[in-house]
Unconditional design. Structure first.
Length: 247
């Protein structure tokens, strides 16, 4: 029996994670050079395997030259071979590999490998949601927390939880370690397509920061903002985000 899209995404995300861990364990490279080598090696494998397994589908990867041909295709794989290059190069665990399939602009299939933690989360086998944290926990960048997120957290009485890559933050909500991931500093489609597919399959709220749907396979791959959170918190987070205005 041939692999399903979910199975393919999960297998390839995990395999890319193994490549990245092996490269880091070898100890030949450090820091930025390690990150660049990891990006290149993981991307080469992912793109080769996806083209071989799904030759009729489009492909968008952070590390590949983009082609307009994907815009006319219904099914497009969206890949980030190493989300959190800095964290990976620093020997941390809060980095990820993203493999997603967008169908008619919707994040339909996703796998997010967290190789530093030894887990891969997928839309095909969603985790049951754990009870909410009390008080709620809100994820922010460990280097540059967004003012909007800090405002929302203060209004909700939420604890701030600094973390590295976008995929690691999103999966922290899926895993129940946190409750809200609001990002307003700009991302690209490969930064969140796989995390959004996994989070939606787990029963979480996913949207733009104004509540509108997230759409993929656009000519302009920039996505200004993102909200992944528990559904019972979504209305309050969206309201508070809309009320925020810089001083």
């Amino acid at each position: 029996m041939s692999e399903s899209d979910d199975q393919l995404a999960a297998r390839l995300a995990a395999a890319a994670g193994d490549i990245l861990l092996d490269l880091r364990r070898a100890g030949d490279l450090q820091g930025k050079a390690l990150g660049q080598a990891g990006d290149t090696a993981a991307n080469a494998m992912l793109c080769h395997e996806l083209r071989a397994a799904r030759p009729g589908d489009g492909l968008l990867s952070e590390e590949e030259k983009d082609h307009d041909a994907r815009l006319s295709q219904s099914r497009v794989w969206i890949v980030d071979p190493l989300d959190g290059t800095r964290e990976y190069g620093e020997g941390r665990s809060d980095w990820a590999v993203h493999v997603a399939l967008a169908v008619d602009g919707v994040a339909a299939v996703g796998a997010v490998a967290l190789p530093g933690l030894g887990v891969t989360l997928t839309s095909g086998a969603p985790l049951p949601l754990r009870p909410a944290n009390t008080p709620p926990r809100m994820l922010v960048s460990r280097t540059r927390p967004a003012a909007e997120a800090v405002h929302v957290a203060e209004a909700l009485g939420a604890e701030l939880l600094p973390m590295g890559s976008a995929g690691a933050k999103a999966m922290a909500v899926v895993r129940g370690e946190a409750d809200i991931y609001l990002h307003t500093g700009g991302q690209y489609e490969w930064d969140n397509c796989a995390p959004v597919a996994v989070a939606a399959a787990a029963g979480l709220h996913v949207s733009r920061a104004d509540g509108s749907p997230l759409r993929y396979n656009n000519a302009d791959t920039y996505l200004p903002d993102l909200l992944i959170c528990r559904k019972e918190l979504a209305a309050d987070v969206l309201r508070l985000a809309a009320e925020y205005s810089p001083a």
